[in-house]
Design a protein around this ligand. Structure first.
Ligand SMILES: Cc1ncc(COP(=O)(O)O)c(C=O)c1O
Length: 382
C-alpha cells in the first residue's frame, strides 16, 4: 500500500512558494501599517508597497497601474465585473440589456449571471463545440442590438481548454461591446498582454500560481463603468473599498512575477509530463475518452472519462492513491456542467477525472500515477 496519495490537484489550488512567503513576511509585522494612513511612516511604507506591487503587476499585464483593482480573489473580481458593470449600464440606459456567456464557465461567473437574470437582464448561454471551445459563428450570431457585455473564460478550470480570446475580443470591439474574461486559470500559464489583447475586464487570482489565498484583482479598461458592490473608505478608487491587505498583495505580485519569468520553461516541462501521463494511460487503457481539446489546452491539465466503471467506486479506490478532482473544486460535488456541455452523460461525467500537475510533479510521479490508475481501473472492470 503506498504511503501517501500522489498530488494531482494543482488546479484547485497551489501551496505558497517559499519566495512568495519571504516577500510577504516583513509586511505582517515590521511594515504593518495601513496603506490608507499616509500621515504616518508605517502607513507610507505600506502604501509604497502597494504602489510598487500595482506597478509591477500592471507592467506584466501591460496596462496602466490605475487599471488594477485588488479584490479578495477571482470570485469577487467576477462578481464586481458582471454585477458592477451591468448595474452601471442599467443606471445609464434605464433598462436592462443583454449579455452573452458560455455554458462551461466557472460557477463564479454563472451564479452572478443568474443573479442578473433575476434583476431583469437577458442572457444567451452558448454551448461549446464538442472539444470545449466556443463556436465563433454562434457567438457572432448571438449579438443583439442591446448586447452590452460578453463574458468568456480564458482557460477552463475542469478541462483546461483555451478560448480564442483574440477573435472574441475583435468581435466585441467591432460592436463596442465590453468583454470580460475570467483568467483565474490562465494567469501564469499564458502570456496575457492586455495592450494587444483588448479585454476590458479581466479577473485574476493568486492561489492558483503559488501565491496566497484571498487575493486577486479585477483589471479594468478605462471608461468601463462599474458600480461598486461594497461601500466604505474609498480604497481602490472607490471601486473596491476596504483596507488593502498589504502582505497578500505583495505575495500575489511576487507569485505573478515568478510565474511570468518561468512561464516558458515551466509550460514546456508540464506539457511533456502531462502528455507522458495521457499517452502512458492511453497505452494501457485505450478506451479512455479525453475531455476537451488536447492542443488548445493548459499545459498542466488532463481530464478524461473512464468508460464502464462506477464513478463512486473509482473515487473511493483512488482516494488513498491519487489526490485529484472528479469535477471542479467549487462545484460542491454536483455533476459537472462542463462535461454535460461537452455531451457526456451523467454516468460518464461521474466516472471522469481531472488530473492537474504542479511545479513539484516529477516523471516518477507520472509513472506511479499511471501504475496506480491502471490498477484501479482493472480492478473495477474485473
Ligand atoms: C476559472 C475560475 N474562476 C474563478 C475561481 C475562483 O477564484 P478564487 O478562489 O480566487 O475566488 C476559480 C477557482 O477555483 C477558477 O478556477
Amino acid at each position: 500500500m503506498p504511503e501517501n496519495p500522489l498530488d494531482f490537484d494543482y488546479q484547485s489550488t497551489t501551496p505558497c512558494s517559499q519566495l512568495v512567503l519571504e516577500a510577504m513576511s516583513q509586511y505582517w509585522d515590521e511594515f504593518w501599517g495601513n496603506p490608507s494612513s499616509r500621515q504616518n511612516r508605517a502607513g507610507l511604507y505600506a502604501s509604497a508597497a502597494i504602489g510598487n506591487a500595482r506597478e509591477k503587476l500592471a507592467s506584466i499585464l501591460r496596462v496602466n497601474p490605475e487599471r488594477v483593482v485588488f479584490t479578495s480573489g477571482a470570485t469577487e473580481a467576477n462578481n464586481l465585473a458582471l454585477l458592477g458593470h451591468s448595474r452601471a449600464m442599467l443606471s445609464k440606459i434605464g433598462k436592462p440589456g443583454h449579455l452573452i456567456t458560455l455554458a462551461t464557465e466557472h460557477q463564479a461567473v454563472l451564479d452572478p449571471i443568474c443573479q442578473l437574470q433575476k434583476e431583469g437582464f437577458s442572457v444567451t448561454k452558448l454551448s461549446p463545440n464538442s472539444d470545449g471551445i466556443i463556436n465563433l459563428e454562434e457567438l457572432e450570431s448571438s449579438f443583439k442590438s442591446n448586447t452590452f457585455m460578453v463574458t468568456i473564460m480564458f482557460a477552463n478550470n475542469e478541462i483546461g481548454v483555451l478560448q480564442p480570446m483574440s477573435e472574441i475580443s475583435s468581435m466585441c470591439k467591432k460592436r463596442g461591446v465590453v468583454l470580460h474574461s475570467d483568467a483565474a486559470q490562465a494567469l501564469g500559464y499564458l502570456p496575457i498582454h492586455l495592450d494587444i489583447l483588448e479585454i476590458d475586464l479581466l479577473s485574476i487570482s493568486a492561489h492558483k500560481i503559488y501565491g496566497p489565498k484571498g487575493i486577486g484583482a479585477l483589471v479594468l479598461n478605462q471608461g468601463v463603468d462599474i458600480e461598486p458592490l461594497l461601500w466604505g473608505g474609498g480604497q481602490e478608487n472607490g471601486i473596491r473599498p476596504g483596507t488593502v491587505p498589504v502582505p497578500l498583495v505583495v505575495g500575489f505580485v511576487k507569485a505573478v512575477e515568478i510565474a511570468a519569468m518561468e512561464l516558458d520553461f515551466n509550460n514546456k516541462r508540464l506539457r511533456n509530463l502531462r502528455d507522458n501521463l495521457w499517452f502512458g494511460l492511453k497505452k494501457e487503457v485505450p478506451d479512455l475518452i479525453l475531455n476537451g481539446s488536447l492542443n488548445n489546452r493548459l499545459p498542466h491539465n488532463l481530464n478524461f472519462t473512464v468508460k464502464g466503471v462506477n464513478g463512486n467506486r473509482l473515487q473511493k479506490l483512488l482516494k488513498p492513491l491519487i489526490t485529484c478532482s472528479s469535477s471542479s473544486a467549487c462545484s460542491n460535488g454536483s455533476p459537472s456542467h462542463v462535461l454535460k456541455a461537452l455531451g457526456r452523460t451523467l454516468t460518464e461525467s461521474e466516472s471522469s477525472l481531472r488530473l492537474s500537475l504542479g511545479r513539484s510533479t516529477t516523471q516518477e510521479d507520472i509513472d506511479q500515477a499511471i501504475i496506480r490508475l491502471v490498477k484501479v481501473i482493472e480492478q473495477l472492470r474485473n
